[in-house]
Design a protein around this ligand. Structure first.
Ligand SMILES: N#Cc1c(-c2ccc3ccn(Cc4ccc(CN5CCCC5)cc4)c3c2)n[nH]c1N
Length: 242
């Protein structure tokens, strides 16, 4: 997979080159290119924004600059691309979104700032490629870069070879519709707190049941919406008895 990110703050994307994802890039499991939007300005001030038509707070990012930038970035590789535009007004980004995008050959992320990008940039792009306007959550950020860091990590960890232990991607939170339960490691007792006995029993059936019960308990407590959204056959008799 090739990932391109266009932004006026390329430095914000430096964390992509760290740790697990950085190693995946070095191993050639994923390609990441970050582009400075201002490279496609032609004026001395390198203007990327202007006042909104109709008035209102703040500034809007100019379509011309974005159009030239996306044309150039898309032309740099023949693989078909999906354009992703983070926005507070976007559809929710979920694990299912990351799973769907993990099958793409190429993702191009457009990081807006100010009050966002002129809508015509999205509309014009949508005439020639799939475009997703997405939001990572119901809170307001200052720009799209942090959202791109979140989404790139969520997608990249699903790519073959990126995670050392691929099973964990399948046993993710949300992959079975539930939050994962508590995890423990050595020491056996820490500050007077001990690891639940069942986890040391070696009884795999009992351990699986305990973990499922803790996941159901935590999901019911913290995300009852996820429980309500489970398909009818997702809970077996033992689950329902819990
Ligand atoms: N993903 C994601 C995001 C973002 C996000 C993503 C991309 C950009 C580009 C610019 N901004 C700043 C901004 C902030 C608020 C508004 C709404 N206006 C404010 C007053 C009238 C309406 C418009 C833009 C962005 C914010 N925020 N929260 C998320 N989950």
């Amino acid at each position: 997979m090739r990932i391109d990110v266009v932004t006026i703050f390329p430095g914000y994307l430096a964390p992509l080159r760290e740790a697990l994802l950085g190693r995946a890039i070095e191993a050639g499991l994923v390609e990441v290119a970050v582009h400075d939007l201002r490279d496609w300005t032609h004026d001395v001030h390198q203007a990327v924004d202007d006042a909104p038509y109709g008035g209102g707070p703040g500034m809007v990012m100019k379509p011309q600059v974005w159009g030239e930038a996306l044309d150039a970035v898309l032309a740099a590789d023949e693989r078909p691309a999906r354009l992703v535009v983070p926005t507070p007004a976007g559809r929710p980004f979920r694990q299912s979104t990351a799973q769907a995008w993990a099958g793409e050959q190429r993702l191009v992320f457009a990081c807006g700032r100010y009050e966002g990008i002129d809508q015509r940039v999205v509309d014009e792009a949508a005439a020639r490629m799939p475009v997703d306007e997405v939001s990572i959550g119901d809170y307001v950020l200052v720009g799209g870069e942090v959202a791109v860091l979140v989404m790139v990590e969520a997608v990249a960890r699903l790519l073959p070879g990126v995670l050392g232990n691929p099973v964990s991607a399948e046993q993710d939170s949300f992959s079975d519709g539930l939050l994962e339960g508590p995890a423990y490691t050595r020491p056996l007792t820490w500050r007077g707190l001990s690891v639940p006995e069942v986890l040391r029993s070696g009884h795999h059936g009992a351990i699986a049941r305990w973990r499922r019960d803790r996941a159901l308990e935590r999901t019911a407590d913290r995300r009852p919406d996820l429980l309500a959204a489970l398909p009818a056959d997702a809970l077996d008799a033992a689950d329902r008895a819990f």
